[in-house]
Ligand binder design. Structure first.
Ligand SMILES: Nc1ncnc2c1ncn2[C@@H]1O[C@H](COP(=O)(O)OP(=O)(O)OP(=O)(O)O)[C@@H](O)[C@H]1O
Ligand SMILES: [Mg+2]
Length: 249
């Protein structure tokens, strides 16, 4: 395994939907074990960036490399192999409605591991405990609040202990205490498991806690990138506006 390669690399990625250019020549390198937060206004291409990294959206031009491997031309079978190494928390949690919360978390383990049933249940249950949902294993997703669904989605994204975790607004819609717990969990993942984190957030205090580096997207381009302390001194008005805000959760 090429651990000396960057975990994720976007090389001059552009993507349009119809006439709208959503990503415009975006290049970004994330070294293994580093954490970045992607910030920017609504509709500016943050979620599209994450979906491009995981191969759900293919760029029109440019390349996406995961641990040194260009995934842009891979078959769906090959993509599935790469995706096992990437945990993905969707912006809207995207749980399977017809199976219990615990089985949602167990799903990747049932599909991609040969662990025994007891072991799978015990791991899924432990993951749920980590996100504060230890007692919800047998509930159905429809019985959870929005914030609980999000946390269950995070537990599922972590099931295969991925070296790379993409999280699209993991703390949006959570109360400040729970949001703080999610931040702490992400920091623990980074520190104890050296997980590479790519997190989209509108929450600046959260970004300061999680990220080695912040990346500002605006109209499909990276307009600023650097450590939080450096971006506090940015002379770009939009960046300063973000950095001085308390964030909208
Ligand atoms: N599959 C798609 N087909 C067509 N247009 C899309 C698709 N996905 C995203 N878009 C468009 O791309 C633009 C960027 O969307 P994206 O979801 O990346 O925004 P975002 O930065 O994540 O915003 P938010 O903060 O509201 O989540 C939007 O104009 C959106 O309508
Ligand atoms: Mg989004």
């Amino acid at each position: 395994m090429a651990t000396d390669r960057p975990a994720v690399e976007l090389r001059a990625v552009s993507k349009s939907f119809g006439t709208r250019k959503v990503l415009d020549d975006v290049s970004l390198t994330i070294e293994a074990g580093r954490s970045i937060c992607i910030l920017g206004r609504s509709g500016t291409g943050k979620s599209v960036s994450l979906k491009t990294i995981i191969g759900l959206i293919r760029p029109d031009t440019g390349g996406v490399l995961i641990e040194g491997e260009d995934i842009t031309g891979l078959s769906s079978r090959e993509l599935s192999r790469v995706r096992k190494r990437i945990g993905f928390l969707f912006q809207y949690a995207a749980l399977f409605d017809s199976i219990s919360v615990g089985e949602n978390v167990a799903f990747p383990l049932r599909r991609h591991s040969d662990l025994a049933n007891d072991e799978i249940r015990s791991r899924a249950s432990h993951l749920l405990t980590q996100v504060g949902l230890g007692r919800e294993y047998d509930k159905m997703p429809s019985d959870l609040s929005g914030g609980m669904k999000k946390r269950a989605g995070l537990a599922r994204a972590l099931a295969l202990q991925p070296p790379i975790l993409l999280a699209d607004e993991p703390s949006a819609g959570l109360d400040p205490v729970t949001a703080g717990e999610i931040d702490a969990l992400l920091v623990t993942l980074k520190q104890q498991s050296s997980t590479t984190l790519i997190v989209v957030t509108h929450n600046i205090p959260s970004a300061r806690t999680i990220a080695d580096e912040l990346v500002f997207l605006h109209e499909g381009r990276i307009i600023a990138q650097g450590a939080p302390a450096a971006l506090d001194r940015s002379d770009i008005p939009l960046v300063r506006q973000f950095m001085t805000s308390e964030g909208a959760g």
